[in-house]
Design a protein around this ligand. Structure first.
Ligand SMILES: Nc1ncnc2c1ncn2[C@@H]1O[C@H](COP(=O)(O)OP(=O)(O)OP(=O)(O)O)[C@@H](O)[C@H]1O
Length: 497
C-alpha cells in the first residue's frame, strides 16, 4: 500500500485535527471523534486492516478507522485503571497500513514489543513508539498496564512469493540462534510495510545485509536499492551528495546531479551510519522524509520522492539525543518507526559453524561467478576440516569485528590451507588465542607473508583487484607484494583497470 493511500486515510479520519491540537484535547473530545457517519466509515474500511485490542483483564475492543483512545481518564475508549498511565495515553486506528499506534504525548511513553508469549518482558529493552503501523500482533505497555493488539492481517498470504522454508533459511542472512530467529520474525513482520526501519548493532554484524533483506521482502523489491554512506559525506559537498544539484548550483557544479532519493524511486534508500549525519543536514533530511519531496542544491523546484527509508547505525542514538544532543529526536523517530537489532557474533556464537559454511560457499561462488557444486562442497567440507580444538578456540574468541572479522579469517585461512586441516585459530588477532593453540609454533614472519601472497595469487587466479580487496590494501601495494615474493611476473598479473 503506498504512502499516498495511507495519507489519504489519515486525511479523512484524523488530519482535520492536527496532532498538536489533538494532544491538547481532553479525552471527552477525543472520544466524541469516534462519531463518524457510518457510510463514510464503511467506505474507508474497505481498504483498511481492522484489529482487536485486548486489555490485561481480557476485555476485547474492536479497532476500526475511528481512533480508539486508551488512557486513565474514564471517558476514554479503553480505560486503564492505572495511575502511571496518562489521561489519554495512546490512540489506536485501523488504516490501510495496519493498526496505527500513536502515543499521545503520554508522560511515561508507550513501549512496544513483538514478544506475545513472554511472561516477563524486559520492558527496558522494548521500543518506545511515537507513531507506528503494525500488521502483526504486538504488545504495548502504557504506564504499568499492558495491551495486546491483534491486527487481522496476514502478509504471508498476501505475498505471491513462496515462503522461506524456515526461520534459519532467511534471504541473505544466516543463523539459527534465538536472537537471529527473533530478528527474522521481526523482519518478516515489518519488512513488507512502508515503515521506516532503523537497524542497530555493532560494526560488522551485517546491518547492510539486513537492509537488503528488508528490501527483498518488501513490495518495492523490484525497485532500486540505493545506499548513502552518511559517514562518508564530504563536509563541503554533503548537501549535494544527499539531495543532488543543478548545473551552476555552486562553483564546480558543471552538470546536473540527481539525488540518491531520486535514483531510489520506487525502491529503498539505505542511509548507512545515519548517526554520523552532520547536525546541520538533519533538519533537511527530516523535511525531505516528512514532505516526501526534495530540492536539488541550486534549484527552486521541489521534486517528489517515492522511497522507503531504511537506516543503520552502530551508535546508541537515544543516548546521543539525550546526553550529547548530536542527533535530533524528531529525525530519530521518523527514521526509527521500527527498530531491529542485529546481535553481535558473540551473542550468537552457536551460529559460527553455519556462518563458516555460508562464507566459504559465498566466496567460492563469487570467484566462480555464480553458485556452483564446488562452492557447495567447499562449504560442506570447511567444518569437517576444522579440528574440535580449533573450533573450540574459535567459539571462545571475542569476535570484536563480528562477521567481517570472521569473513577475513575464513578467506585468508582458505588461501593459506587450501586442503587438509584448517587451523583457523592461527588467523585470530589476539595472541592469547595463539598461545592457547595446540598447533606448532608459527613460521617466521617473512615466510608467513611470502606464503600468504603466493597463496593469494593462486587462490584468486592472479586477479589483483580481488587480492587487494581481500588483503585490505590498494592494488599497487598488492602488485608490489606479489612481485616481491615472486608470486607472479608482471606479465602474469591480470590487469583489470
Ligand atoms: N549472514 C551473513 N552471511 C555471510 N556474510 C555476512 C553475513 N552477515 C554479514 N556478512 C558479511 O560481513 C561483512 C560485514 O557486513 P555489513 O557490511 O553488512 O556489516 P555492517 O554491520 O553494516 O558493518 P558496519 O557497521 O561496519 O557498516 C560483509 O562482508 C558481509 O557480506
Amino acid at each position: 500500500m503506498s504512502t499516498l493511500a495511507h495519507r489519504k486515510i489519515r486525511c479523512t479520519v484524523v488530519a482535520q485535527f492536527p496532532l498538536a491540537l489533538r494532544r491538547r484535547m481532553q479525552p471527552t473530545t477525543l472520544a466524541t471523534m469516534r462519531a463518524i457517519p457510518s457510510t463514510r466509515k464503511q467506505a474507508q474500511s474497505k481498504e483498511v486492516i481492522p484489529g482487536v485490542a485486548v486489555r490485561q483483564d481480557g476485555t476485547r475492543f474492536p479497532i476500526d478507522t475511528t481512533p480508539l483512545v486508551v488512557g486513565r481518564h474514564e471517558r476514554t475508549n479503553i480505560v486503564l485503571k492505572d495511575p502511571e498511565a496518562s489521561a489519554s495515553h495512546v490512540q489506536l486506528t485501523a488504516t490501510a497500513l495496519g493498526i496505527e499506534i500513536e502515543d499521545m504525548d503520554s508522560a511515561n511513553g508507550t513501549l512496544l514489543t513483538t514478544d506475545m508469549l513472554g511472561e516477563r518482558i524486559d520492558w527496558t529493552k522494548a521500543q518506545r513508539v511515537e507513531r507506528i503501523w503494525v500488521k502483526h500482533p504486538v504488545r504495548l505497555r502504557c504506564g504499568n498496564s499492558e495491551l495486546k493488539i491483534f491486527p487481522e492481517a496476514d502478509f504471508t498470504n498476501r505475498d505471491s512469493d513462496p515462503e522461506p522454508s524456515g526461520e534459519e533459511d532467511f534471504p541473505l542472512l544466516t543463523g539459527k540462534s534465538p536472537p537471529m530467529r527473533a530478528l527474522f520474525r521481526n523482519l518478516r513482520s515489518f519488512a513488507p510495510t512502508e515503515l521506516s526501519i532503523l537497524i542497530t548493532g555493532p560494526t560488522g554484524v551485517g546491518k547492510e545485509r539486513v537492509a537488503r533483506a528488508i528490501h527483498a521482502l518488501s513490495a518495492r523489491r523490484r525497485g532500486p536499492f540505493v545506499t548513502v554512506d552518511c559517514g562518508a559525506l564530504p563536509a563541503t559537498l554533503a548537501d549535494s551528495e544527499l539531495f543532488g544539484h543543478v548545473r551552476g548550483g555552486f562553483t564546480g557544479a558543471t552538470e546536473d546531479r540527481a539525488s540518491p532519493f531520486e535514483l531510489a524511486k520506487g525502491g529503498t534508500i539505505f542511509l548507512d551510519e545515519i548517526g554520523e549525519l552532520p547536525l546541520d543536514l538533519q533538519p533537511k533530511l527530516l523535511r525531505a522524509i516528512e514532505t516526501r519531496e526534495i530540492k536539488r542544491v541550486g534549484s527552486n523546484q521541489y521534486i517528489k520522492i517515492d522511497v522507503r527509508i531504511v537506516a543503520a547505525t552502530h551508535r546508541d542514538l537515544i543516548r546521543e539525543i539525550n546526553d550529547e544532543a548530536s542527533f535530533r529526536s524528531d529525525l530519530y523517530y521518523r527514521t526509527a518507526e521500527f527498530t531491529v537489532h542485529v546481535p553481535s557474533l558473540r551473542d550468537r556464537i552457536e551460529d559460527l559453524p553455519l556462518l563458516l559454511s555460508s562464507l566459504a560457499e559465498e566466496e567460492k561462488a563469487r570467484i566462480a561467478g555464480g553458485p556452483t557444486k564446488e562452492a557447495e562442497d567447499v562449504a560442506e567440507n570447511i567444518v569437517k576440516r576444522i579440528s574440535p580444538e580449533s573450533m573450540d578456540r574459535l567459539m571462545r574468541h571475542d569476535w570484536q569485528g563480528n562477521i567481517r572479522e570472521l569473513r577475513s579469517v575464513v578467506l585468508t585461512g582458505l588461501v593459506l590451507w587450501p586442503r587438509g586441516p584448517l587451523p583457523l585459530e592461527q588467523r585470530l588477532s589476539d595472541p592469547l588465542g595463539k598461545m592457547a593453540s595446540s598447533n606448532p609454533p608459527p613460521e617466521p614472519l617473512k615466510d608467513v607473508e611470502k606464503n600468504y601472497w603466493r597463496r593469494m595469487a593462486i587462490y584468486y587466479n592472479g586477479k589483483v583487484s580481488h587480492i587487494a580487496a581481500q588483503a585490505g590494501v590498494d592494488r599497487r601495494t598488492a602488485k608490489k607484494k606479489l612481485i616481491e615474493f615472486g608470486a607472479f611476473d608482471w606479465s602474469d598479473l591480470l590487469d583489470e583497470d
